[in-house]
Design a protein around this ligand. Structure first.
Ligand code: NZQ
Ligand code: ZN
Length: 391
């Protein structure tokens, strides 16, 4: 295990009806004037927005609103939010929604207290200062409710980049599994896929002797694989949604990633797809990850075989561990297909003629130095070859 520092100060509030106490939590973290930020309307239809506003009014907290966050959130709305925060003297940003809304809120919170262009953070500048952020999560997926990260699509060129910094960890996050019961099954499956991908990005490592985090990752994968069919069949299943919600947070607040090299090339490869074709991030990952595994298995067959045995229950072929590794990848493909995820470019509406451009942007675009990935170092030609495996 390598040396590490782990600072995860978010105050998590988990359970039924906790959103009715949002005002109380904002007060606790010093907010007096709040920007309520949300997406395309699910929070209005479910009545969640009204419940939150009532709570703020009860606690005497002023607020302004900014709606319209799209999945794969855009830079244009971030600029709008920054201006609004400055004009209205906002001192706290409240995100109600999923990863897209939370990430847009984080970008606004950092941009509002920064003199330069907020995009500097998405080109590699560390986020050290931001307005405090609170989140009310409505979909188990991106893990942004506990992560120090944010991903935004730059509309000038349509490409996605991530920013990071401890100031991006939310001050509090309200996780009420009942709020996810209105999700359509496809969106639930996309979220489950993203959660699994966050675990895989950490599992595939060059660091040895990381048994504790290996076992945590395997345990979370087993949980999610068990609960997925239950929530997809019945989104109203509170207990199954609860397990997935906490697994989603654990998968990405980095408690499973400390002390080990991580990969993240699959996310970089996917971000090109969701930026250009506007597909759901999870759906993109379901297409990317098996191709990435197939291409990179050779770097450590035993690790792939270990995952196959411990998570997918494959038989270990001691004479030829590659067979076991391949059986694990096949099991993963079957699982994602069974929950309704696409398996190739066609399923995402992606086009073969864009492969070279995407491979180039992923490796050489804004803020990149030619190589992506930690477990397997990939150059442009490798990334193009991986995209071709998805045709
Ligand atoms: O906009 P509304 O109307 O709310 O609808 C949303 C949206 O259309 C809907 N939805 C959310 N909760 C719902 C609901 N519909 C009905 N009932 C509910 N309870 O679901 C759709 C997708 O929402 P979105 O926020 O886009 O989903 P997700 O949480 O998967 O976020 C994806 C974004 O997160 C980024 C991705 O790149 C992508 O842009 N990521 C962020 C990370 C981070 N900050 O740490 C890490 C991830 O790897 C990821 O890259
Ligand atoms: Zn992700």
């Amino acid at each position: 295990m390598e040396n590490f520092k782990f600072y995860s100060p978010t105050y998590f509030v988990f359970g039924k009806e906790e959103e009715t106490r949002t005002g109380h939590y904002i007060k606790r973290f010093g907010g007096k004037k709040v920007l309520i930020h949300y997406g395309g309307g699910s929070v209005i239809c479910s009545g969640l927005l009204d419940r939150v506003k009532l709570s703020l009014e009860t606690d005497g907290i002023e607020f302004v609103e900014l709606d319209g966050v799209k999945p794969n959130p855009r830079s244009g709305l971030v600029y709008e939010g920054i201006e609004l925060c400055r004009k209205e003297n906002v001192d706290f940003v409240l995100a109600i929604g999923g990863g897209s809304t939370i990430d847009s809120s984080k970008a606004i919170a950092a941009g509002a207290v920064y003199e330069g262009d907020f995009w500097d953070f998405y080109q590699g500048k560390l986020v050290t200062k931001a307005l405090p952020i609170g989140t009310i999560l409505t979909i188990s997926a991106a893990g942004s409710e506990g992560s120090p990260d944010s991903v935004i699509t730059n509309e000038d060129g349509m490409y996605k980049r991530g920013a990071t910094g401890e100031a991006f960890r939310p001050a509090f996050s309200i996780l009420n599994p009942a709020l996810t019961q209105t999700l359509p099954p496809f969106q639930i499956a996309c979220g489950i896929t993203d959660i699994m991908a966050h675990l895989f990005e950490r599992y595939f490592t060059t660091t040895t002797e990381v048994e504790v985090t290996d076992r945590m990752i395997e345990g979370l994968l087993l949980t999610v694989i068990k609960e997925a069919p239950r929530v997809i069949e019945d989104p109203g299943n509170y207990q199954a949604q609860a397990n997935i919600m906490w697994a989603g947070m654990m998968a990405h607040n980095n408690s499973c990633g400390v002390g080990r090299v991580q990969d993240w090339a699959s996310h970089d490869i996917e971000h090109e797809l969701s930026a250009i074709y506007d597909c759901a991030h999870g759906a993109g990952l379901a297409v990317v990850f098996p191709a990435w595994m197939q291409y990179n298995m050779k770097h450590d067959i035993n690790r792939f075989a270990q995952l196959a045995v411990r998570v997918w229950g494959c038989e270990m072929d001691f004479m030829n561990p590659e067979n076991t590794a391949k059986a694990g990848i096949a099991a993963l493909r079957r699982f994602w297909t069974s929950i309704g995820m696409p398996s190739d470019f066609a399923g995402l509406g992606a086009k073969e003629e864009d492969i070279e451009k995407m491979a180039h942007t992923a490796c050489h675009g804004d803020g990149r130095n030619g190589v992506i990935g930690g477990f397997a170092k990939l150059e442009e030609k490798d990334v193009a070859a991986i995209y071709r495996l998805m045709l």
